[in-house]
Design a protein around this ligand. Structure first.
Ligand code: ADP
Ligand code: MG
Length: 214
């Protein structure tokens, strides 16, 4: 349900977002009042040095963790007010995340990795497989569908991770240093793919420590 959401609302609307990590009595601030708006169709690159809170922010926007304070609306959902079940549904249906270290399941082949979010969202196996294969082909790795992540190069794994993030046609694609662990040629191809995806209408928020990427 997306009641009250108008087409002009930003996809991401963060205001005064605060997050700290705790270790016993000690509190380590990670985000000290972040304001960020991302409009539908934008490709936004957010830059900051290592340790500045980029991954933390993406985890909050992706509904994987909660802010301590502040407002955070994503795809029209008021994330801080949602319970765990609602957040799990939100993650499955509305966001795709390309993680900094891929997070592919090592014992499953590429196509099954890509299919999983679709299966979890209720797609039938035949439909999920067809969608996964179409995406892998679009990303130039269709011929690797039957390989497991350890049999793939870094750039190939990253393409599989991109396909997995896109399979449920998310309103928002979050990319955490998506070129951080591949060689420069593979990095260029990944950025081209993201730009192409954005040109087709996909809203993207990418974080990086690299000024050249931003
Ligand atoms: P970035 O992605 O920009 O490198 P992070 O969001 O990973 O930054 O981290 C921001 C700060 O929060 C860092 O000081 C980091 O050490 C700390 N931090 C990140 N995750 C945790 C965690 N799970 N527990 C405790 N501290 C953390
Ligand atoms: Mg990070």
């Amino acid at each position: 349900m997306r009641l009250g959401v108008s087409s002009t609302d930003p996809v991401v609307d963060a205001r005064g977002v605060i997050k700290a990590y705790r270790d016993g009595e000690i509190r380590y601030p990670a985000l000290r009042g972040i304001d960020l708006q991302v409009q539908a169709g934008e490709f936004v690159a957010l830059m900051g040095p290592s340790g500045s809170g980029k991954t933390t922010l993406l985890q909050l926007i992706g509904g994987l963790d909660r802010p301590d304070a502040g407002q955070l609306r994503v795809a029209g959902y008021d994330l801080p007010r949602m319970d765990e079940t609602a957040l799990a549904l939100f993650r499955r249906r509305h966001v795709g995340i390309i993680f900094q270290y891929f997070n592919l399941l090592q014992h499953l082949d590429a196509i099954t990795n890509v299919m999983l979010p679709a299966l979890l969202a209720g797609a039938g196996p035949g439909e999920a497989r067809a969608r996964a294969l179409a995406l892998l082909e679009r990303l130039g790795v269709g011929h690797l569908a039957g390989k497991r992540p350890p049999q793939l190069s870094g750039g190939e794994r990253q393409r599989v991770a991109i396909a997995r993030a896109l399979i449920n046609e998310p309103q928002l694609l979050l990319a955490d240093e998506p070129t951080g662990s591949v060689d420069p040629v593979a990095a260029g191809r990944i950025l081209d793919l993201l730009a192409e995806t954005n040109a087709a209408g996909q809203t993207i928020l990418l974080v990086t420590h690299d000024p050249a990427i931003a």
